[in-house]
Ligand binder design. Structure first.
Ligand code: ZN
Length: 225
């Protein structure tokens, strides 16, 4: 149990320290339970500020194309092509490894149906289904979303990368590490440790609020003329 009064006092103490000493002090000042409690609060306030949660609850208008008890799909307001939609779970989860298994089948089925619908409705010649995890991967809104982007010949969209050089040994090494980790997860080990970086990112002491990130949808690199 976390003693709220004690926690308030510690937060007050933390806020009185010089900025450069605060990061270090967090580790010594708070118990594990207190840190967990602060982290939960930070996550809850993240949910309150989440634009996709607001869309899923119909508190913010969006051009919704599908809506049920668990999922919402709507037009991206900054589309790569007309008909570009986003498909989200209604519950707030930041990255794919956090999504409960119970939702997976329905999510994949919905992606199949909606990608077909987008394809037909736009007379597309192809489509991309893209899902980014983490800011570093281009995830602008920290609420799981799949992009369905209809594609046309010469539409100027480039989903591309330059291949890196790797040795046979490096391939074998990473192959082994992925196999080992996957087996651990299949064996029931929690996935939370794999998304630690996003958890720590959402946690910030109340006295040093991080400026709200500009809500910006994924930018698909345009091909240079
Ligand atoms: Zn959300």
């Amino acid at each position: 149990m976390v003693d709220r009064t004690k926690l308030e006092q510690k937060l007050q103490k933390l806020s009185e320290l010089p900025k450069e000493e605060q990061a270090k002090a967090i580790k010594t000042l708070f118990t594990r339970d207190e840190l967990d409690s602060l982290r939960q609060n930070a996550q809850q306030s993240g949910v309150q500020k989440c634009i996709f949660c607001a869309i899923a609850k119909h508190n913010v208008p969006a051009k919704i194309v599908y809506d049920d008890a668990n999922f919402t799909a709507f037009l991206d307001i900054n589309p790569a092509n007309p008909g570009h939609i986003l498909v989200i779970p209604k519950e707030h989860y930041e990255v794919l490894p956090q999504l409960p298994d119970a939702l997976l089948n329905a999510y994949m089925k919905l992606l199949k149906i909606l990608s077909a619908a987008v394809f037909e409705a736009t007379n597309a010649q192809g489509s991309n289904i893209i899902q980014n995890n983490g800011v570093v991967a281009g995830q602008a809104v920290p609420h799981i979303h799949f992009h369905i982007i209809p594609r046309f010949e010469n539409d100027g969209i480039k989903v591309d990368w330059t291949a890196k050089k790797v040795t046979e040994k490096q391939l074998e090494n990473i192959q082994q590490r992925i196999i080992t980790t996957a087996q651990k997860v299949i064996g029931g080990e929690p996935v939370s440790q794999q998304v630690k970086h996003t958890e720590s990112k959402t946690f910030s002491p109340p006295d040093t609020p991080k400026p709200a990130k500009k809500q910006k949808l994924i930018k698909v690199k345009k091909r240079r003329p």
